[in-house]
Design a protein around this ligand. Sequence first.
Ligand code: C2E
Ligand code: MG
Ligand code: MG
Ligand code: MG
Length: 294
Amino acid sequence: AAKRAGGNRLQVFTEQLRVPVQEKLAAEARVRRALAGDPRVTLPLWFQPVVTTGTGRIAGAEALVRMRTPEGEILTPYHFVGAAEETGLIVPLGEHVLRSAVDHLRHWSDRLGYVSVNVSPRQLAEPDFVPMVAGVLAGAPGLDPSRIVLEITETALLASTVDVSERLASLKRLGVRIALDDFGTGYSSLTWLKSLPADIVKLDRSFVAGLAEDQRKASIISAVLWLARSLGMSTIAEGVEELSDWEALKAAGCPAVQGYLFSKPLPGPEFDRMLRESHESATTDGVHLNETTG
Ligand code: C2E
Ligand code: MG
Ligand code: MG
Ligand code: MG
């Protein structure tokens, strides 16, 4: 009876696992097709504005990859980035993301300050990563490399087998900027602050949501802002959804924010429209948060 129960349990277990595994294999195959140039599956970038707290102006944008399936569905990274990481496809996918982000930035050059891209641990560990970034920059002569920001997560740093500070130092020598993404969610945030040559701290949204009603969150944010400033780093608060949280961040002196309050990530053409509108209104009046509230 025990054996049968065990058998049954195993059956249930594999049944539950089957869907994600198949989904992963399908995702992997589709990433492969997209990277091979199949026009029916594409990996477009969507863009979310990073807003200067004081003025409400668009300072830069984070590029977030999406998959457009042959059925016309738009998938978020949750559905395919994990599979791409496991198979190593994240390496060519990451290169595609960087090239596309740089192309967009050149196109928006006079309206957008910078673009940031997410870099996975596997990419950072690749021996060819720094030369790849150098190659992309070489293909964009005249573009100030500090307008490219590479976002690295704390967990990525922990999992890494390479000397991360050395690798980041090499990237910094190329002139790009480094952001610590999802800051505060890892185990040793202070260690990273001490040793890594980063320029920007992206405070995780778990510290931001409900900040206006939570004195402990407010204290942590003030401390991180002070610490970052003392180390010569800038701070971006992620996941700002509520006006009250934005006001609390402004009062705390947080220089920049990102979140649904201003805009969700948008497809290129829609982000382009938002940039044009905010550029136009910036020339007629100073503050124009209303146009970018979504
Ligand atoms: P992330 O880098 O921390 O990006 C922020 C995520 O939070 C995005 O989800 C964004 O849509 C979402 N977000 C922004 N504002 C708000 C808000 O106000 N409220 C809430 N609830 N969420 C908000 P997305 O686009 O689904 O991306 C998820 C993660 O996938 C990213 O987290 C990043 O780690 C990863 N990712 C995205 N694009 C790439 C890429 O090109 N390469 C790699 N390696 N990873 C990527
Ligand atoms: Mg990010
Ligand atoms: Mg983040
Ligand atoms: Mg995140």
